[in-house]
Design a protein around this ligand. Structure first.
Ligand code: DX5
Ligand code: ZN
Length: 218
């Protein structure tokens, strides 16, 4: 499977946002990861619709929006209108999952569903055939720069084998604590879309780091 890299803007230099968006593109990223936090679903607040609109104006890459917010349904139309190409929301929000997936698709975006480290694969199993992407969080959502949780690897394996046995090929995305070493572990387990924030944006050689991740074989 082709490995795609989605640098997380949460770790970029916000004073030079346009340059950072351009840097990710010229360094070979496949999409840009945009983390929205509301201070309720997670204990942090990041950025939202006006910043997404600004990024959309300069980005040549698809925008991969990760909603860490309560009531995602209430905001989906506005996020799509503001430039989201993929919208991923959390299973743990307790929203109506089928309706939320349908709304994202009806608005014209790809739909993803995310699970936190302690949510088991079986909880998301029945939605595998409905989504374009499953996001397996490999840290507790809320902050960049945390350590990768290796106990999530089994879940990636389980989800990949569930998807294979159903004959559906969703993307499996991983997010949290990803560097070249942990990316390899997740790709070996079945992930094919790699989010990385602090590791990529703190690097002088982002292009080399992206190329290393993209060269991994699943
Ligand atoms: C965390 C976010 C991540 C974050 C990852 O809740 O969902 O996308 O930016 O940051 P790193 O790669 O630094 O762990
Ligand atoms: Zn994220």
């Amino acid at each position: 499977m082709e490995i795609k890299v989605s640098p997380s803007l949460l770790s970029c230099d916000y004073l030079h946002l346009a340059n950072e968006v351009e840097r990710a593109f010229t360094c070979g990223a496949d999409m840009l990861h945009f983390d929205v936090m509301d201070g309720v679903f997670v204990n942090n607040i990041s950025f939202g619709i006006p910043i997404l609109q600004a990024v959309k104006k300069v980005s040549k890459l698809p925008l991969d929006v990760h909603l860490m917010i309560c009531r995602p349904r209430d905001y989906i139309e506005r996020f799509v209108q503001s430039g989201a190409d993929i919208i991923t929301f959390h299973l743990e929000t307790g929203c109506n999952i089928e309706e939320t997936i349908a709304l994202i698709k009806n608005c014209g975006a790809k739909a993803g569903i995310a699970i936190k480290p302690h949510t088991p694969a079986k909880d998301v199993q029945k939605y595998i055939g409905l989504v374009d992407m499953i996001l397996v969080m490999t840290v507790e959502p809320g902050f960049g720069g945390q350590a990768f949780m290796p106990q999530c690897l089994d879940k990636i394996r389980q989800l990949r084998s569930m998807a294979d046995s159903m004959g559906v090929p969703p993307d499996i995305q991983v997010d949290g604590g990803i560097n070249a070493e942990t990316a390899k572990l997740t790709v070996d387990a079945g992930a094919n879309v790699i989010v990385s924030g602090s590791y990529l944006f703190s690097a002088d050689d982002m292009a080399d780091k992206i190329a290393m991740i993209k060269a991994l074989q699943g």
